[in-house]
Design a protein around this ligand. Structure first.
Ligand code: AGP
Length: 613
Protein backbone atom coordinates (compact mmCIF):
# COMPACT_ATOMS: atom_id res chain seq x y z
CA UNK A 1 0.00 0.00 0.00
CA UNK A 2 1.06 3.68 0.01
CA UNK A 3 2.23 5.57 -3.03
CA UNK A 4 5.69 7.12 -3.21
CA UNK A 5 7.32 9.60 -5.58
CA UNK A 6 10.78 11.09 -5.67
CA UNK A 7 12.04 13.68 -8.17
CA UNK A 8 15.20 15.56 -8.99
CA UNK A 9 15.46 17.67 -12.12
CA UNK A 10 14.88 21.20 -13.31
CA UNK A 11 11.09 21.42 -12.97
CA UNK A 12 9.28 22.68 -9.91
CA UNK A 13 9.28 19.56 -7.73
CA UNK A 14 6.01 20.33 -5.96
CA UNK A 15 4.05 20.09 -9.20
CA UNK A 16 5.83 16.95 -10.38
CA UNK A 17 5.40 15.22 -7.03
CA UNK A 18 1.74 16.18 -6.60
CA UNK A 19 1.02 15.03 -10.13
CA UNK A 20 2.66 11.69 -9.38
CA UNK A 21 0.74 11.36 -6.13
CA UNK A 22 -2.54 12.01 -7.95
CA UNK A 23 -1.84 8.98 -10.12
CA UNK A 24 -0.71 6.88 -7.17
CA UNK A 25 -3.53 7.86 -4.85
CA UNK A 26 -5.29 4.58 -5.60
CA UNK A 27 -2.59 2.89 -3.49
CA UNK A 28 -3.71 4.59 -0.29
CA UNK A 29 -5.58 7.73 0.51
CA UNK A 30 -5.89 8.38 4.19
CA UNK A 31 -3.24 11.12 4.33
CA UNK A 32 -0.59 12.64 2.10
CA UNK A 33 2.53 14.77 2.27
CA UNK A 34 5.37 16.35 0.33
CA UNK A 35 8.82 17.64 1.00
CA UNK A 36 10.63 20.07 -1.29
CA UNK A 37 14.25 21.13 -0.97
CA UNK A 38 14.89 24.80 -1.55
CA UNK A 39 17.92 26.97 -0.87
CA UNK A 40 17.11 27.25 2.83
CA UNK A 41 16.29 23.65 3.62
CA UNK A 42 13.50 21.10 3.50
CA UNK A 43 9.94 22.33 3.41
CA UNK A 44 7.52 19.66 4.55
CA UNK A 45 3.73 19.73 4.37
CA UNK A 46 1.42 16.90 5.45
CA UNK A 47 -2.30 16.52 5.79
CA UNK A 48 -4.72 13.84 6.94
CA UNK A 49 -7.40 12.76 4.47
CA UNK A 50 -7.33 12.56 0.72
CA UNK A 51 -4.71 14.20 -1.44
CA UNK A 52 -7.14 17.05 -2.14
CA UNK A 53 -6.66 18.19 1.48
CA UNK A 54 -2.91 18.45 0.96
CA UNK A 55 -3.39 20.21 -2.36
CA UNK A 56 -5.62 22.76 -0.67
CA UNK A 57 -3.04 23.24 2.08
CA UNK A 58 -0.19 23.96 -0.31
CA UNK A 59 -2.16 25.87 -2.92
CA UNK A 60 -0.87 29.38 -3.28
CA UNK A 61 1.98 28.60 -0.92
CA UNK A 62 5.50 29.17 -2.21
CA UNK A 63 7.38 25.89 -2.14
CA UNK A 64 10.08 26.49 -4.72
CA UNK A 65 12.68 23.81 -5.40
CA UNK A 66 13.53 21.23 -7.99
CA UNK A 67 14.00 18.23 -5.71
CA UNK A 68 11.12 16.68 -3.86
CA UNK A 69 9.57 13.55 -2.42
CA UNK A 70 5.92 12.74 -1.70
CA UNK A 71 3.67 10.12 -0.21
CA UNK A 72 0.06 9.05 -0.12
CA UNK A 73 -0.67 6.77 2.83
CA UNK A 74 -2.62 3.71 3.82
CA UNK A 75 -2.11 3.61 7.57
CA UNK A 76 -0.49 0.64 9.27
CA UNK A 77 1.24 2.07 12.39
CA UNK A 78 -0.66 4.98 13.88
CA UNK A 79 -4.01 6.39 12.75
CA UNK A 80 -4.28 8.67 9.72
CA UNK A 81 -3.54 12.03 11.34
CA UNK A 82 -1.46 15.02 10.20
CA UNK A 83 1.29 13.95 12.61
CA UNK A 84 1.45 10.43 11.24
CA UNK A 85 1.38 11.49 7.60
CA UNK A 86 4.68 11.21 5.71
CA UNK A 87 7.31 12.61 5.13
CA UNK A 88 8.85 12.17 8.56
CA UNK A 89 11.88 14.17 9.59
CA UNK A 90 14.71 13.80 12.09
CA UNK A 91 15.19 16.01 15.17
CA UNK A 92 16.91 18.75 13.17
CA UNK A 93 14.53 18.68 10.20
CA UNK A 94 17.50 17.86 7.95
CA UNK A 95 16.32 14.50 6.60
CA UNK A 96 12.91 13.71 5.12
CA UNK A 97 11.72 10.13 4.67
CA UNK A 98 8.70 8.57 3.01
CA UNK A 99 8.01 4.89 3.43
CA UNK A 100 5.80 2.15 2.07
CA UNK A 101 5.66 -1.03 4.15
CA UNK A 102 6.17 -2.02 7.75
CA UNK A 103 9.32 -2.02 9.83
CA UNK A 104 8.75 -4.96 12.10
CA UNK A 105 11.55 -4.26 14.59
CA UNK A 106 10.76 -0.56 14.97
CA UNK A 107 9.95 -0.81 18.68
CA UNK A 108 13.48 -2.01 19.49
CA UNK A 109 14.91 0.71 17.29
CA UNK A 110 12.71 3.38 18.90
CA UNK A 111 13.84 2.33 22.36
CA UNK A 112 17.48 2.77 21.35
CA UNK A 113 16.81 6.12 19.69
CA UNK A 114 14.95 7.45 22.72
CA UNK A 115 17.81 6.40 24.98
CA UNK A 116 20.13 8.35 22.75
CA UNK A 117 17.94 11.45 23.16
CA UNK A 118 15.87 11.52 19.98
CA UNK A 119 12.38 13.00 20.21
CA UNK A 120 9.61 11.08 18.48
CA UNK A 121 6.82 13.14 16.97
CA UNK A 122 4.61 10.46 15.43
CA UNK A 123 3.30 6.98 16.17
CA UNK A 124 4.69 5.57 12.93
CA UNK A 125 7.37 2.97 12.39
CA UNK A 126 8.76 5.17 9.60
CA UNK A 127 10.07 7.95 11.79
CA UNK A 128 12.85 5.71 13.15
CA UNK A 129 14.50 5.79 9.74
CA UNK A 130 14.74 9.58 9.80
CA UNK A 131 16.43 9.51 13.21
CA UNK A 132 18.74 6.67 12.28
CA UNK A 133 19.78 8.59 9.17
CA UNK A 134 20.41 11.65 11.30
CA UNK A 135 22.88 9.61 13.38
CA UNK A 136 24.65 7.77 10.58
CA UNK A 137 24.99 10.81 8.33
CA UNK A 138 26.43 12.83 11.23
CA UNK A 139 28.96 10.35 12.48
CA UNK A 140 30.86 7.11 11.99
CA UNK A 141 31.93 5.29 8.81
CA UNK A 142 29.00 6.61 6.75
CA UNK A 143 29.40 10.22 7.83
CA UNK A 144 28.38 12.70 5.15
CA UNK A 145 27.37 9.88 2.77
CA UNK A 146 23.59 9.62 2.44
CA UNK A 147 23.47 6.47 0.24
CA UNK A 148 25.93 4.67 2.52
CA UNK A 149 23.92 5.76 5.57
CA UNK A 150 20.74 4.35 4.07
CA UNK A 151 22.47 1.10 3.03
CA UNK A 152 23.74 0.61 6.56
CA UNK A 153 20.30 1.27 8.05
CA UNK A 154 18.62 -1.20 5.66
CA UNK A 155 20.78 -3.94 7.15
CA UNK A 156 19.27 -3.19 10.56
CA UNK A 157 15.65 -3.09 9.40
CA UNK A 158 13.33 -6.08 9.49
CA UNK A 159 10.15 -6.20 7.45
CA UNK A 160 9.15 -4.78 4.11
CA UNK A 161 9.94 -1.35 2.88
CA UNK A 162 10.42 1.12 0.14
CA UNK A 163 12.14 4.19 1.55
CA UNK A 164 12.75 7.44 -0.29
CA UNK A 165 14.95 10.01 1.37
CA UNK A 166 16.19 13.55 0.83
CA UNK A 167 18.63 15.63 2.89
CA UNK A 168 18.95 19.40 3.14
CA UNK A 169 22.71 19.21 2.45
CA UNK A 170 22.24 17.14 -0.73
CA UNK A 171 20.67 19.41 -3.36
CA UNK A 172 21.23 16.91 -6.17
CA UNK A 173 20.31 13.62 -4.53
CA UNK A 174 17.28 11.53 -3.72
CA UNK A 175 18.08 8.09 -2.29
CA UNK A 176 15.70 5.15 -2.25
CA UNK A 177 15.82 1.55 -1.02
CA UNK A 178 13.63 -1.45 -1.55
CA UNK A 179 12.84 -4.74 0.18
CA UNK A 180 9.80 -6.85 -0.80
CA UNK A 181 7.77 -3.91 -2.11
CA UNK A 182 7.77 -2.27 -5.53
CA UNK A 183 10.02 0.57 -6.60
CA UNK A 184 10.59 1.74 -10.15
CA UNK A 185 13.07 4.25 -11.51
CA UNK A 186 11.97 6.72 -14.19
CA UNK A 187 14.86 7.70 -16.44
CA UNK A 188 14.52 11.18 -17.90
CA UNK A 189 16.73 13.73 -19.62
CA UNK A 190 18.33 15.96 -16.99
CA UNK A 191 15.76 14.70 -14.52
CA UNK A 192 15.11 11.37 -12.85
CA UNK A 193 12.38 9.83 -10.75
CA UNK A 194 11.50 7.02 -8.43
CA UNK A 195 7.95 5.84 -7.85
CA UNK A 196 5.83 2.99 -6.55
CA UNK A 197 4.84 2.30 -10.12
CA UNK A 198 5.37 3.82 -13.54
CA UNK A 199 2.23 5.94 -13.37
CA UNK A 200 4.15 8.15 -10.89
CA UNK A 201 6.28 9.54 -13.74
CA UNK A 202 4.63 8.39 -16.96
CA UNK A 203 3.74 12.00 -17.81
CA UNK A 204 7.48 12.82 -17.93
CA UNK A 205 9.28 9.73 -19.15
CA UNK A 206 8.50 6.29 -20.47
CA UNK A 207 11.91 4.77 -19.78
CA UNK A 208 11.83 2.75 -16.59
CA UNK A 209 14.00 0.37 -14.64
CA UNK A 210 12.81 -1.94 -11.87
CA UNK A 211 14.68 -1.92 -8.58
CA UNK A 212 15.45 -5.37 -7.25
CA UNK A 213 15.41 -6.77 -3.74
CA UNK A 214 17.72 -5.02 -1.25
CA UNK A 215 19.00 -2.46 -3.69
CA UNK A 216 19.64 1.22 -3.05
CA UNK A 217 19.16 3.83 -5.77
CA UNK A 218 20.96 7.14 -5.96
CA UNK A 219 18.93 9.50 -8.11
CA UNK A 220 20.67 12.60 -9.42
CA UNK A 221 19.84 15.02 -12.23
CA UNK A 222 22.55 13.60 -14.44
CA UNK A 223 21.84 9.94 -13.83
CA UNK A 224 20.98 7.07 -11.56
CA UNK A 225 23.22 4.60 -9.76
CA UNK A 226 21.93 1.36 -8.28
CA UNK A 227 23.91 -0.59 -5.70
CA UNK A 228 23.39 -3.58 -3.46
CA UNK A 229 23.54 -3.13 0.30
CA UNK A 230 27.34 -3.46 0.21
CA UNK A 231 27.62 -0.51 -2.15
CA UNK A 232 28.56 -2.54 -5.22
CA UNK A 233 27.11 -1.02 -8.37
CA UNK A 234 24.54 -3.27 -10.04
CA UNK A 235 23.70 -3.04 -13.72
CA UNK A 236 20.16 -3.51 -14.93
CA UNK A 237 18.08 -3.14 -18.04
CA UNK A 238 15.63 -0.36 -18.63
CA UNK A 239 12.35 -0.94 -20.43
CA UNK A 240 9.94 1.20 -22.37
CA UNK A 241 6.48 1.77 -20.94
CA UNK A 242 3.93 1.76 -23.72
CA UNK A 243 0.85 2.53 -21.63
CA UNK A 244 -1.16 5.34 -23.04
CA UNK A 245 -1.07 8.33 -20.64
CA UNK A 246 -4.74 8.98 -21.38
CA UNK A 247 -5.50 5.58 -19.92
CA UNK A 248 -4.42 6.89 -16.54
CA UNK A 249 -6.75 9.93 -16.81
CA UNK A 250 -10.49 10.06 -16.20
CA UNK A 251 -11.19 11.25 -19.73
CA UNK A 252 -14.46 13.00 -18.90
CA UNK A 253 -15.88 10.23 -16.72
CA UNK A 254 -17.01 11.05 -13.21
CA UNK A 255 -15.03 8.11 -11.85
CA UNK A 256 -12.16 5.96 -13.13
CA UNK A 257 -14.23 2.86 -12.48
CA UNK A 258 -16.91 3.97 -14.93
CA UNK A 259 -14.28 4.57 -17.56
CA UNK A 260 -12.57 1.29 -16.86
CA UNK A 261 -15.85 -0.60 -17.22
CA UNK A 262 -16.23 0.96 -20.67
CA UNK A 263 -12.66 0.03 -21.59
CA UNK A 264 -13.35 -3.67 -21.23
CA UNK A 265 -14.04 -4.55 -24.88
CA UNK A 266 -10.68 -3.06 -25.87
CA UNK A 267 -8.96 -4.71 -22.93
CA UNK A 268 -10.21 -8.18 -23.87
CA UNK A 269 -9.19 -7.56 -27.46
CA UNK A 270 -5.67 -6.76 -26.23
CA UNK A 271 -5.50 -9.88 -24.08
CA UNK A 272 -6.52 -12.06 -27.00
CA UNK A 273 -4.47 -10.23 -29.61
CA UNK A 274 -1.78 -12.03 -31.59
CA UNK A 275 -2.22 -15.39 -29.89
CA UNK A 276 -3.04 -17.46 -32.96
CA UNK A 277 -0.63 -18.47 -35.70
CA UNK A 278 -1.47 -18.79 -39.40
CA UNK A 279 -2.87 -22.31 -38.80
CA UNK A 280 -5.16 -21.07 -36.07
CA UNK A 281 -3.11 -22.72 -33.35
CA UNK A 282 -2.76 -21.00 -30.02
CA UNK A 283 0.63 -19.66 -28.93
CA UNK A 284 1.34 -18.83 -25.35
CA UNK A 285 5.10 -18.87 -25.40
CA UNK A 286 5.10 -16.83 -22.19
CA UNK A 287 4.36 -20.02 -20.28
CA UNK A 288 8.01 -20.83 -21.00
CA UNK A 289 7.56 -24.56 -20.31
CA UNK A 290 8.75 -27.27 -22.65
CA UNK A 291 6.02 -29.36 -24.31
CA UNK A 292 7.29 -32.29 -22.31
CA UNK A 293 6.95 -30.41 -19.01
CA UNK A 294 3.44 -29.30 -19.96
CA UNK A 295 2.52 -32.92 -20.61
CA UNK A 296 4.05 -33.83 -17.25
CA UNK A 297 1.80 -31.51 -15.23
CA UNK A 298 -0.22 -33.56 -12.79
CA UNK A 299 -2.12 -30.85 -10.96
CA UNK A 300 -2.73 -27.13 -11.05
CA UNK A 301 -3.09 -24.66 -8.21
CA UNK A 302 -4.40 -21.17 -8.80
CA UNK A 303 -3.54 -18.69 -6.05
CA UNK A 304 -4.95 -15.18 -5.84
CA UNK A 305 -6.84 -12.73 -3.64
CA UNK A 306 -10.18 -10.94 -3.88
CA UNK A 307 -11.48 -10.47 -7.39
CA UNK A 308 -8.41 -12.17 -8.83
CA UNK A 309 -9.40 -15.24 -6.81
CA UNK A 310 -12.78 -15.17 -8.55
CA UNK A 311 -10.98 -15.09 -11.90
CA UNK A 312 -9.01 -18.09 -10.70
CA UNK A 313 -12.24 -19.95 -9.96
CA UNK A 314 -13.26 -19.49 -13.59
CA UNK A 315 -9.81 -20.81 -14.53
CA UNK A 316 -10.63 -23.99 -12.62
CA UNK A 317 -13.78 -24.61 -14.65
CA UNK A 318 -11.94 -23.97 -17.91
CA UNK A 319 -8.81 -26.00 -17.17
CA UNK A 320 -10.66 -28.95 -15.69
CA UNK A 321 -13.12 -29.02 -18.58
CA UNK A 322 -10.60 -28.67 -21.38
CA UNK A 323 -7.50 -30.32 -19.92
CA UNK A 324 -8.92 -32.93 -17.54
CA UNK A 325 -6.40 -31.82 -14.92
CA UNK A 326 -7.29 -31.40 -11.26
CA UNK A 327 -7.27 -27.72 -10.32
CA UNK A 328 -7.42 -26.25 -6.84
CA UNK A 329 -8.04 -22.55 -6.36
CA UNK A 330 -6.70 -21.13 -3.14
CA UNK A 331 -6.91 -17.79 -1.47
CA UNK A 332 -3.25 -16.84 -1.48
CA UNK A 333 -3.40 -15.73 2.15
CA UNK A 334 -4.17 -19.32 3.17
CA UNK A 335 -2.07 -21.25 0.69
CA UNK A 336 1.31 -21.46 2.32
CA UNK A 337 0.05 -21.88 5.86
CA UNK A 338 -1.63 -25.20 5.29
CA UNK A 339 1.32 -26.97 3.73
CA UNK A 340 -0.30 -27.80 0.39
CA UNK A 341 0.93 -30.83 -1.51
CA UNK A 342 2.86 -29.08 -4.26
CA UNK A 343 5.78 -30.54 -6.13
CA UNK A 344 7.71 -30.70 -9.34
CA UNK A 345 4.77 -31.68 -11.52
CA UNK A 346 2.55 -28.94 -10.18
CA UNK A 347 1.74 -25.82 -12.15
CA UNK A 348 0.93 -22.91 -9.87
CA UNK A 349 -0.80 -19.95 -11.48
CA UNK A 350 -0.60 -16.74 -9.49
CA UNK A 351 -3.22 -14.23 -10.62
CA UNK A 352 -2.65 -10.60 -9.64
CA UNK A 353 -3.48 -7.36 -11.39
CA UNK A 354 -0.84 -5.36 -9.55
CA UNK A 355 1.69 -8.16 -9.33
CA UNK A 356 2.52 -6.82 -5.88
CA UNK A 357 -0.11 -8.34 -3.57
CA UNK A 358 1.85 -9.55 -0.55
CA UNK A 359 -0.24 -12.68 0.07
CA UNK A 360 0.04 -13.77 -3.56
CA UNK A 361 3.75 -13.02 -3.62
CA UNK A 362 4.32 -15.16 -0.54
CA UNK A 363 2.30 -17.97 -2.15
CA UNK A 364 4.55 -17.70 -5.22
CA UNK A 365 7.65 -17.93 -3.05
CA UNK A 366 6.26 -20.92 -1.21
CA UNK A 367 5.33 -22.70 -4.44
CA UNK A 368 8.77 -22.12 -5.91
CA UNK A 369 10.42 -23.38 -2.74
CA UNK A 370 8.46 -26.61 -3.33
CA UNK A 371 9.83 -26.79 -6.91
CA UNK A 372 6.50 -26.11 -8.60
CA UNK A 373 6.48 -24.23 -11.92
CA UNK A 374 4.96 -20.80 -11.26
CA UNK A 375 3.19 -18.79 -13.92
CA UNK A 376 2.22 -15.23 -13.02
CA UNK A 377 -0.90 -13.89 -14.71
CA UNK A 378 -0.57 -10.18 -14.13
CA UNK A 379 -1.28 -6.79 -15.62
CA UNK A 380 1.93 -5.18 -14.48
CA UNK A 381 5.13 -5.59 -16.44
CA UNK A 382 8.16 -5.72 -14.15
CA UNK A 383 6.07 -6.33 -11.03
CA UNK A 384 7.55 -8.34 -8.19
CA UNK A 385 5.29 -11.34 -8.78
CA UNK A 386 6.14 -11.42 -12.47
CA UNK A 387 9.84 -11.24 -11.68
CA UNK A 388 9.77 -13.86 -8.95
CA UNK A 389 7.72 -16.35 -10.98
CA UNK A 390 9.16 -18.76 -13.54
CA UNK A 391 7.13 -17.13 -16.29
CA UNK A 392 4.64 -14.31 -16.75
CA UNK A 393 1.57 -13.98 -18.92
CA UNK A 394 0.56 -10.34 -19.15
CA UNK A 395 -3.14 -9.57 -19.28
CA UNK A 396 -2.55 -6.28 -21.17
CA UNK A 397 -5.48 -4.51 -19.52
CA UNK A 398 -3.71 -1.13 -19.26
CA UNK A 399 -3.63 0.89 -16.06
CA UNK A 400 -6.51 0.31 -13.68
CA UNK A 401 -6.82 3.17 -11.24
CA UNK A 402 -10.14 2.56 -9.45
CA UNK A 403 -9.72 0.37 -6.40
CA UNK A 404 -12.51 -1.91 -7.61
CA UNK A 405 -11.18 -4.30 -10.17
CA UNK A 406 -13.14 -4.37 -13.44
CA UNK A 407 -11.13 -4.62 -16.64
CA UNK A 408 -8.42 -6.40 -14.66
CA UNK A 409 -10.81 -9.20 -13.70
CA UNK A 410 -12.20 -9.30 -17.20
CA UNK A 411 -8.75 -9.75 -18.71
CA UNK A 412 -7.72 -12.23 -16.02
CA UNK A 413 -10.72 -14.41 -16.86
CA UNK A 414 -9.82 -14.13 -20.54
CA UNK A 415 -6.26 -15.15 -19.73
CA UNK A 416 -7.57 -18.15 -17.77
CA UNK A 417 -9.38 -19.34 -20.89
CA UNK A 418 -6.19 -18.89 -22.91
CA UNK A 419 -4.15 -20.92 -20.44
CA UNK A 420 -6.83 -23.64 -20.37
CA UNK A 421 -6.95 -23.89 -24.15
CA UNK A 422 -3.20 -23.81 -24.54
CA UNK A 423 -2.65 -26.59 -22.02
CA UNK A 424 -5.41 -28.60 -23.70
CA UNK A 425 -3.79 -28.08 -27.09
CA UNK A 426 -0.33 -29.17 -25.91
CA UNK A 427 -1.59 -32.08 -23.85
CA UNK A 428 -3.82 -33.21 -26.69
CA UNK A 429 -7.02 -33.23 -24.62
CA UNK A 430 -8.70 -30.99 -27.19
CA UNK A 431 -8.02 -31.26 -30.90
CA UNK A 432 -6.86 -28.20 -32.86
CA UNK A 433 -10.28 -27.67 -34.46
CA UNK A 434 -11.94 -27.44 -31.11
CA UNK A 435 -9.29 -25.01 -29.82
CA UNK A 436 -9.85 -22.90 -32.96
CA UNK A 437 -13.61 -22.96 -32.36
CA UNK A 438 -13.22 -21.82 -28.74
CA UNK A 439 -10.84 -19.07 -29.83
CA UNK A 440 -13.39 -17.98 -32.42
CA UNK A 441 -16.04 -17.80 -29.67
CA UNK A 442 -13.69 -15.79 -27.47
CA UNK A 443 -12.95 -13.39 -30.30
CA UNK A 444 -16.64 -12.42 -30.45
CA UNK A 445 -16.62 -11.27 -26.82
CA UNK A 446 -15.31 -7.69 -27.36
CA UNK A 447 -18.17 -6.86 -29.74
CA UNK A 448 -20.71 -8.50 -27.46
CA UNK A 449 -19.33 -6.45 -24.59
CA UNK A 450 -19.66 -3.24 -26.57
CA UNK A 451 -23.24 -4.07 -27.34
CA UNK A 452 -23.98 -4.97 -23.73
CA UNK A 453 -22.37 -1.79 -22.38
CA UNK A 454 -24.61 0.20 -24.68
CA UNK A 455 -27.70 -0.99 -22.88
CA UNK A 456 -26.82 -0.49 -19.23
CA UNK A 457 -29.17 2.42 -18.50
CA UNK A 458 -31.98 0.15 -17.18
CA UNK A 459 -29.39 -1.50 -14.90
CA UNK A 460 -28.43 1.91 -13.53
CA UNK A 461 -32.09 2.70 -12.97
CA UNK A 462 -32.53 -0.62 -11.18
CA UNK A 463 -29.47 0.18 -9.06
CA UNK A 464 -30.97 3.49 -7.98
CA UNK A 465 -34.07 1.63 -6.81
CA UNK A 466 -31.80 -0.53 -4.62
CA UNK A 467 -29.83 2.31 -3.08
CA UNK A 468 -31.30 2.00 0.41
CA UNK A 469 -31.02 -1.77 0.68
CA UNK A 470 -28.70 -2.98 3.41
CA UNK A 471 -28.48 -6.63 2.36
CA UNK A 472 -28.31 -8.22 -1.08
CA UNK A 473 -27.71 -11.86 -1.96
CA UNK A 474 -26.17 -13.19 -5.16
CA UNK A 475 -26.77 -16.69 -6.48
CA UNK A 476 -25.23 -18.64 -9.32
CA UNK A 477 -24.36 -22.15 -10.37
CA UNK A 478 -21.28 -23.49 -12.16
CA UNK A 479 -19.37 -20.50 -13.62
CA UNK A 480 -22.17 -18.29 -12.36
CA UNK A 481 -21.11 -19.04 -8.79
CA UNK A 482 -17.74 -17.19 -8.93
CA UNK A 483 -19.60 -14.30 -10.55
CA UNK A 484 -22.06 -14.33 -7.63
CA UNK A 485 -19.05 -14.00 -5.33
CA UNK A 486 -17.68 -11.20 -7.49
CA UNK A 487 -21.02 -9.35 -7.57
CA UNK A 488 -21.22 -9.53 -3.78
CA UNK A 489 -17.61 -8.39 -3.31
CA UNK A 490 -18.15 -5.40 -5.57
CA UNK A 491 -21.26 -4.34 -3.68
CA UNK A 492 -19.55 -4.72 -0.31
CA UNK A 493 -16.44 -2.79 -1.22
CA UNK A 494 -18.15 0.00 -3.17
CA UNK A 495 -21.50 0.56 -1.48
CA UNK A 496 -20.79 -0.89 1.99
CA UNK A 497 -23.84 -3.10 1.62
CA UNK A 498 -23.80 -6.46 3.34
CA UNK A 499 -23.72 -8.81 0.37
CA UNK A 500 -23.02 -12.48 0.00
CA UNK A 501 -22.64 -14.80 -2.95
CA UNK A 502 -23.70 -18.43 -2.81
CA UNK A 503 -23.88 -21.44 -5.07
CA UNK A 504 -27.62 -21.42 -5.74
CA UNK A 505 -28.00 -25.07 -4.75
CA UNK A 506 -26.50 -24.36 -1.36
CA UNK A 507 -28.97 -21.79 -0.05
CA UNK A 508 -31.43 -24.41 1.19
CA UNK A 509 -28.70 -25.57 3.58
CA UNK A 510 -28.83 -22.37 5.59
CA UNK A 511 -28.57 -19.04 3.77
CA UNK A 512 -32.24 -19.11 2.69
CA UNK A 513 -33.03 -18.14 6.30
CA UNK A 514 -31.66 -14.67 5.44
CA UNK A 515 -34.54 -13.99 3.07
CA UNK A 516 -37.22 -11.61 4.26
CA UNK A 517 -39.99 -9.82 2.45
CA UNK A 518 -38.32 -7.72 -0.26
CA UNK A 519 -34.72 -8.97 0.20
CA UNK A 520 -33.04 -8.39 -3.18
CA UNK A 521 -31.57 -11.59 -4.61
CA UNK A 522 -29.53 -11.31 -7.81
CA UNK A 523 -29.55 -14.60 -9.69
CA UNK A 524 -27.02 -15.21 -12.46
CA UNK A 525 -29.00 -17.45 -14.79
CA UNK A 526 -27.93 -17.15 -18.41
CA UNK A 527 -29.01 -19.87 -20.83
CA UNK A 528 -27.09 -22.80 -19.54
CA UNK A 529 -27.26 -26.52 -18.86
CA UNK A 530 -28.15 -25.85 -15.22
CA UNK A 531 -30.68 -23.13 -15.90
CA UNK A 532 -33.67 -25.31 -15.03
CA UNK A 533 -32.22 -25.94 -11.59
CA UNK A 534 -31.52 -22.23 -11.17
CA UNK A 535 -35.12 -21.44 -12.03
CA UNK A 536 -36.16 -23.73 -9.18
CA UNK A 537 -33.88 -21.77 -6.86
CA UNK A 538 -35.36 -18.49 -8.08
CA UNK A 539 -38.81 -19.82 -7.25
CA UNK A 540 -37.66 -20.98 -3.81
CA UNK A 541 -36.39 -17.55 -2.79
CA UNK A 542 -39.31 -15.75 -4.37
CA UNK A 543 -41.77 -17.93 -2.48
CA UNK A 544 -40.13 -16.60 0.70
CA UNK A 545 -40.58 -12.97 -0.27
CA UNK A 546 -37.33 -12.19 -2.14
CA UNK A 547 -37.22 -9.53 -4.85
CA UNK A 548 -35.62 -11.52 -7.64
CA UNK A 549 -33.28 -9.77 -10.06
CA UNK A 550 -32.36 -12.24 -12.76
CA UNK A 551 -29.53 -12.01 -15.27
CA UNK A 552 -30.61 -14.02 -18.28
CA UNK A 553 -29.86 -14.41 -21.97
CA UNK A 554 -31.46 -12.35 -24.74
CA UNK A 555 -34.60 -14.04 -26.01
CA UNK A 556 -34.82 -16.48 -23.12
CA UNK A 557 -38.30 -16.25 -21.64
CA UNK A 558 -38.08 -19.25 -19.31
CA UNK A 559 -37.14 -17.24 -16.24
CA UNK A 560 -39.43 -14.26 -16.83
CA UNK A 561 -42.41 -15.53 -14.79
CA UNK A 562 -40.21 -15.70 -11.69
CA UNK A 563 -38.21 -12.49 -12.06
CA UNK A 564 -39.16 -9.16 -10.53
CA UNK A 565 -36.41 -7.50 -12.55
CA UNK A 566 -34.63 -8.86 -15.59
CA UNK A 567 -31.19 -8.02 -16.95
CA UNK A 568 -30.52 -9.56 -20.32
CA UNK A 569 -27.10 -10.30 -21.81
CA UNK A 570 -26.12 -11.42 -25.33
CA UNK A 571 -25.84 -15.13 -25.96
CA UNK A 572 -22.49 -16.88 -25.86
CA UNK A 573 -21.12 -20.33 -24.97
CA UNK A 574 -22.00 -21.22 -21.39
CA UNK A 575 -18.38 -21.44 -20.19
CA UNK A 576 -17.72 -17.91 -21.47
CA UNK A 577 -20.79 -16.30 -19.88
CA UNK A 578 -18.79 -14.78 -16.95
CA UNK A 579 -17.24 -12.33 -19.42
CA UNK A 580 -20.75 -10.94 -19.96
CA UNK A 581 -22.60 -11.55 -16.68
CA UNK A 582 -19.91 -9.64 -14.81
CA UNK A 583 -20.75 -6.36 -16.58
CA UNK A 584 -24.20 -5.69 -15.08
CA UNK A 585 -22.81 -6.71 -11.69
CA UNK A 586 -20.11 -4.03 -11.99
CA UNK A 587 -22.57 -1.41 -13.17
CA UNK A 588 -25.05 -2.27 -10.44
CA UNK A 589 -22.56 -1.87 -7.60
CA UNK A 590 -20.96 1.28 -9.03
CA UNK A 591 -24.33 2.93 -9.48
CA UNK A 592 -25.61 1.93 -6.03
CA UNK A 593 -22.42 3.44 -4.54
CA UNK A 594 -22.90 6.58 -6.63
CA UNK A 595 -26.55 6.88 -5.60
CA UNK A 596 -25.45 6.58 -1.97
CA UNK A 597 -23.08 9.50 -2.53
CA UNK A 598 -19.92 7.45 -2.04
CA UNK A 599 -16.50 7.76 -3.63
CA UNK A 600 -16.69 5.03 -6.25
CA UNK A 601 -12.96 5.04 -6.97
CA UNK A 602 -11.66 5.14 -3.44
CA UNK A 603 -13.86 3.17 -1.05
CA UNK A 604 -13.16 3.55 2.64
CA UNK A 605 -10.43 1.50 4.34
CA UNK A 606 -9.16 0.01 1.09
CA UNK A 607 -6.18 0.41 -1.20
CA UNK A 608 -5.61 -0.85 -4.70
CA UNK A 609 -2.44 -2.72 -4.13
CA UNK A 610 -2.40 -4.70 -0.89
CA UNK A 611 1.25 -5.04 -0.05
CA UNK A 612 0.86 -6.07 3.58
CA UNK A 613 -0.01 -9.58 4.75
C1 AGP B 1 -11.51 -6.08 -6.02
O1 AGP B 1 -12.29 -5.15 -6.62
C2 AGP B 1 -10.34 -5.64 -5.28
N1 AGP B 1 -9.82 -4.42 -5.52
C3 AGP B 1 -9.42 -6.70 -4.72
O2 AGP B 1 -10.18 -7.78 -4.28
C4 AGP B 1 -8.27 -7.19 -5.63
O3 AGP B 1 -8.77 -7.95 -6.68
C5 AGP B 1 -7.29 -8.00 -4.77
O4 AGP B 1 -6.78 -7.18 -3.75
C6 AGP B 1 -6.17 -8.59 -5.57
O5 AGP B 1 -5.36 -7.61 -6.15
P1 AGP B 1 -4.29 -7.99 -7.25
O6 AGP B 1 -5.05 -8.52 -8.42
O7 AGP B 1 -3.56 -6.73 -7.54
O8 AGP B 1 -3.42 -9.05 -6.65
Amino acid sequence: MCGIVGYVGDKQALEVVLDGLRRLEYRGYDSAGVSVLDGSGLQVERKAGKLANLEELVSGRAMPGTLGIGHTRWATHGPPTDANAHPHVDCAGAVAVVHNGTIENYEVLVAGLEQRGHQRRSETDTEVVAHLLEERYADGPTQGDLPASLRSICKDLEGSFVLVVSHRDEPDLVVAARRNLPLVIGLGDGENFVGSDVTAFIAHTREARAVEQDQVVEVRRAGVTVTDLEGTVVDGDSYHVDWDTDAAEKGGYEFFMLKEIEEQPAAVRETLGGRLDADGLLHLDELAMSDEDVRGIEQVFIVACGSAYHSGLIGKYAIERWCRLPVQVEMASEFRYRDPVVGRNTLVIAVSQSGETADTLEAVRHARSQRAWVLAVTNTVGSTISRESDAALYTRGGPEVAVASTKAVMTQITAMYLVGLYLAQLRGTRDPDEVRAHMADLSTIPDLLTELLGRMEPVRELARSLKDEERVLFLGRHVGYPMALEGALKLKELAYVSAEGFPAGEIKHGPIALIEQGTPVVVIAPRHALQAKLINNVQEVRARGARTIVITTDGDASVLPYADDVISIPDTKSLLTPLLTIVPLQVLSAEIARARGLDVDQPRNLAKSVTVE
